[in-house]
Design a protein around this ligand. Structure first.
Ligand SMILES: NC(=O)c1ccc[n+]([C@@H]2O[C@H](COP(=O)([O-])OP(=O)(O)OC[C@H]3O[C@@H](n4cnc5c(N)ncnc54)[C@H](O)[C@@H]3O)[C@@H](O)[C@H]2O)c1
Ligand SMILES: [Zn+2]
Ligand SMILES: [Zn+2]
Length: 387
């Protein structure tokens, strides 16, 4: 079949909305009609060239929700008509990591920036060339094919545009606080960068019982939004956050600092490192240029103060277990989802969506595939950031 999709032909390079050929699902794969896709910053690294895709052309998008339209041979966990959220790691259920309950580290995750399917062949094609699929799912397409193990079934009463954020932003941010920083009641937590990921670290830290949550972001709208979602303080730079944390802890420093800056550099991690107490934890969720190495921290401070620097992917979550649990929290009114979507866009407006992300006007922009341009304009007029 043919479908419309946002594709990169080069990196750096712009999204081009093209008609691509899509093969039917093969063994253990499903055809999904996308309903909504979040515009996560991670896909923008491919546009800037900070993280070049492993295969070009490349169809982006990894944070989405849709409806199963067709199942390939051998699919046992999904049926036509099921509603699904994508998991940006296709968890096999059998490798060492899946077997120990850490689906986010599934060995199949190594394919996420290359984008052929699990059998090594491609389902998407453009002008005779194979197209790589972001995280094997490529949610920036009206229809897409993905492994059965990349699709998490959700109840049909959950609005799919709301559920889309469970594909990345919500579990990644939430888990950065709850799993990676292991926030416990009374903790003082700094969240550096409160965009689509960091705001969910704020939500996770609040839920875990932090007494102070200090949000850091240069953009005033983000700071105000963080205060509405549970931050106790919001400041524009890391040095001010470190001072606040020390003043709240008799000079010791924050229990943890979670770095979610859009383009994360070593100095952001170093700033977080100097703000935490002895045996505290810096969580590094944000990513930056693939070629960049080094974190400028003192080795003596690292060893003598027993500080930890902890990387994290997908919030250390196991989506098969955790997506339903997060939805349970949402149903109980303990997790905000709708409020995170500032603005929606049609597929053709994807570059505008990312321009708005860079301009700092969205907590999260979301593509809606049934949304023509006029509807997008109306949505822009009505959707706000009020909580
Ligand atoms: N580890 C993972 O599994 C994972 C998953 C998804 C996204 N990410 C990464 O997380 C990062 C954040 O993604 P996002 O979608 O939330 O991006 P975003 O653009 O929505 O948010 C980034 C925020 O950082 C803020 N910021 C910029 N410079 C800053 C600074 N010096 N100090 C404090 N804040 C600053 C921006 O104003 C913005 O609010 C990206 O690097 C993304 O690739 C990682
Ligand atoms: Zn696995
Ligand atoms: Zn993401």
């Amino acid at each position: 079949m043919q479908t419309r999709a946002a594709v990169l032909r080069e990196s750096p390079g712009p999204w081009e909305v093209q008609t691509v050929e899509l093969d039917p699902p093969k063994d253990h794969e499903v055809l999904v009609r996308m309903v909504a896709s979040g515009l996560c910053h991670s896909d923008d690294h491919f546009v800037t060239g900070d993280i070049p895709p492993g295969h070009l052309p490349f169809c982006g998008g990894h944070e989405g929700a849709g409806v199963v339209e067709e199942v390939g041979p051998g699919v046992s966990s999904l049926s036509v008509g099921d509603h699904i959220v994508t998991s940006f790691i296709p968890s096999c259920g059998r490798c060492r990591w899946c077997a120990t309950g850490v689906q986010a580290l599934c060995d199949n995750g190594e394919l996420l920036a290359i984008g052929h399917q699990l059998d090594g062949t491609f389902r998407m094609h453009l002008e005779g060339e194979d197209v790589g699929q972001a995280c094997l799912v490529s949610t920036f397409a009206e229809y897409t094919v993905m492994p059965e193990t990349s699709a998490i079934k959700i109840p049909k009463d959950i609005p799919l545009d709301v559920a889309a954020l469970l594909g990345c932003g919500v579990p990644t941010g939430w888990g950065s606080a709850v799993n990676a920083a292991q926030v416990t009641p009374g903790d003082v937590v700094i969240v550096v960068g409160v965009g689509g990921i960091g705001i969910n670290a704020v939500q996770g830290a609040r839920h875990a019982g932090a007494s102070r949550i200090i949000a850091v972001d240069p953009v005033a709208m983000k700071r105000n939004f963080a205060l509405k979602l549970g931050a106790t303080d919001a400041v524009a730079d890391q040095a001010e956050a470190a001072d606040l944390a020390r003043s709240a802890t008799n000079g010791q420093g924050a229990d943890s600092a979670i770095v979610c800056v859009g383009v994360t550099h070593g100095e952001h991690v170093a700033g977080a490192f100097s703000a935490i107490r002895k045996a505290g934890t810096v969580v590094v969720t944000g990513v930056g240029p693939a070629v960049e190495v080094g974190i400028p921290v003192g080795l003596l401070e690292l060893s003598m103060y027993q500080k930890r620097i902890q990387g994290v992917i997908l919030g250390m979550m196991s989506p098969n277990k955790d997506v339903p649990r997060l939805l349970g929290l949402w149903r109980a009114g303990q997790l905000k989802l709708e409020e995170l979507v500032t603005r929606t866009y049609g597929l053709e407006e994807i570059s505008q969506g990312y321009a708005d992300m860079h301009a700092g006007v969205n907590m999260r922009g979301v593509l809606k595939f049934d949304q023509p341009k006029a509807a997008a304009d109306a949505a822009e007029a009505t959707v706000g950031v009020s909580v």
